[in-house]
Every structure is written in C-alpha cells, then in structure tokens.
Ligand binder design. Structure first.
Ligand code: HEM
Length: 268
C-alpha cells in the first residue's frame, strides 16, 4: 500500500522514488558539504584523497554487491538487480591495482566508519534484504548523477590520461544515465511494500547517506594525520600515518630545543 507524503518543499507523490529523494534531501546536502566532497567540487581532490576513497568504496561495494547477489531473487531486490549495468567491484579492483600495484589487496586501508557501513550491509543482507534497495539507490543513483561530474573532476585534478584509474566512474553498460535512472526509479516504484516497510526503507536511506558522510569524515581525519608527501607516484601509499607524524613532531621539537640551547650557550 502506498501513501502520499509531504516535505518542506510541498507535495511529494506516493512513489517510493519520490519519497526516498524527498526523505534524503537534507542528507544529500550534508554529504555534498563534507570536506572531501567540497575538495571535489573545488577541483582540489588530491591523489592521497582519491586513493583512500577508492579503498573504502571497494569494501562498501564488495559488501553491497555480495549481498545483492545473494538476495537477487528476493521480491524487493529482483526489480532493482542490475549487475551487468551497475556492478562496481571489478572496476574498483582494476583502479586499485592501477594505483597500488599487483599487491593492492594488502594495501587497502579503511577507517572504522567503513567497517560499520559494511557490517550494516551484511546485517540487512542476512536479516532484511528489502532494505538493500535503500543502499543500492543511495550509491548507484548517486554514481549515475553527481558521480559522473566527479569522474571528470578527478581526471582533471589528478591529470590522469584517458580512463586509467577512473573505471569506477564509467558505466559501459549504461548508454544514458538519465534514462537508466528513470528505469531504476520505475523499478523501485514497482516494489510492493507495506506502510511499515516503506517507512523502514526511507529511514534506511537516510542511514545510508549518514554512513557515507561518516566514511568521508573519517577519511578526511585519516588524511589529516598524515604528512604531506612529495612522492605521490604510482603505487606508493601516500600516507605516513600517525606514528611517523609523531616522529616528525619529536624531531622538530628536538631541533628547536637544540637550537635554543645552542643560542643560549652562544649568548654566554
Ligand atoms: C560533490 C558531491 C555531490 C554532488 C555535486 C552531487 C550532485 C548530484 C546531482 C546534480 C544530482 C541530480 C539531482 C537530480 O537529478 O535532481 C544528484 C543526485 C543524487 N545524488 Fe548526489 N551529489 C554529490 C554527492 C552525493 C553523495 C555523497 C551521495 C550518496 C552517497 C549522493 C547520492 C545521490 C543520489 C542517491 C541521487 C539521486 C537522487 C534521485 O534522483 O532520487 N550524492 N547528486
């Protein structure tokens, strides 16, 4: 059963696709305004930022797509199951190999927020697969919307040639993202949901955005405790993490102390 809902901007129809968009509108604005997404919009995305983002996206899509595959015949999942057109894991694996080299699997580092997101995906895959629709919507429709612009910005900001390291953004099975999004929305609208299930779905979509926001915030924190490194070349993980940062602080402190003592002795 479907019901009409209203939001701040006025009437919202009874379709799930409209309701989910309205329910997550404010969260979308918050996601766009995370430090990481702002760097993107200013065309200031750096290689370290992009590399850690790819690592987290890989873990997220691995969980999402494994759960979608396992539940592909579930009545709520089947209508929005488009592995040929949408699956991202293989593209992410190739992008990671491009940046980290053949041993990329050992070099994937993700923050706690990414683990929490993955765990939620596994949990709903086991216990309430219909909610995977909210997560698939949040990621795939985002990738087919703003994500397309982000791909172009990444290429330009990082000076990458052709599609190297950028397969994540490219959907060869989707000729027109806008037409595909329409098809996807109509499939979402065909899912039979009770009022309670619909309310849970909208709530889960809000959570899905929040998981993404937390991942972006954690990635930004992870990068802020790293030392900017001049070597951003292929294959090198860009971050000298916290321990090195402490060593650097200690070394600088020691130099300042020695200089101060030296000046004191000179004055004597
Ligand atoms: C720099 C960051 C972002 C920009 C510039 C951006 C931009 C856009 C734009 C222009 C649209 C199309 C709006 C429309 O058709 O009415 C869109 C849709 C969407 N975006 Fe984003 N976006 C960003 C980040 C995100 C993030 C982080 C997520 C979620 C993880 C996300 C999820 C979505 C979804 C699900 C839609 C489809 C809305 C719908 O039609 O129902 N976006 N975005």
């Amino acid at each position: 059963m479907k019901s009409a809902r209203k939001n701040d901007t006025g009437e919202v129809g009874s379709d799930l696709s409209e309701q989910i968009k309205a329910a997550t509108k404010d969260n979308h604005v918050r996601a766009e305004n995370t430090q990481l997404m702002l760097s993107y919009q200013k065309g200031q995305i750096t290689l370290p930022q992009y590399k850690v983002l790819l690592c987290s996206l890989y873990e997220i899509y691995k969980a999402l797509e494994e759960e979608l595959d396992r539940n592909s015949s579930h009545p709520a999942v089947a209508p929005i199951y488009f592995p040929q057109e949408l699956a991202r894991v293989e593209s992410l694996e190739r992008d990671l190999e491009h940046f980290f080299g053949s041993d990329w699997r050992k070099r994937v580092i993700v923050p706690a927020a990414t683990h929490r997101y993955e765990q939620r995906l596994r949990e709903i895959g086991r216990e309430n697969p219909a909610l995977l629709v909210a997560h698939a919507y949040t990621r795939y429709l985002g990738d087919l919307s703003g994500g397309q612009v982000l791909g172009k910005i990444t290429q330009k900001s990082l000076g990458l040639s052709n599609k190297e390291g950028l397969l994540f953004f490219s959907f060869p099975g989707v000729t027109s993202p806008n037409r595909f999004k329409q098809l996807y929305r109509s499939r979402m609208n065909s899912i039979e949901l009770t009022e309670k299930e619909r309310a849970e779905m909208l709530e889960e979509a809000v959570s899905a955005f929040e998981f993404n926001i937390q991942v972006f915030d954690d990635l930004q924190k992870m990068l802020s405790v790293t030392i900017a490194t001049p070597d951003q070349s292929h294959g090198s993980f860009p971050t000298a993490m916290l321990p090195s940062s402490h060593i650097m602080q200690f070394t600088v402190g020691l130099c300042v102390a020695l200089a101060t003592i030296g000046m004191g002795m000179y004055a004597l």
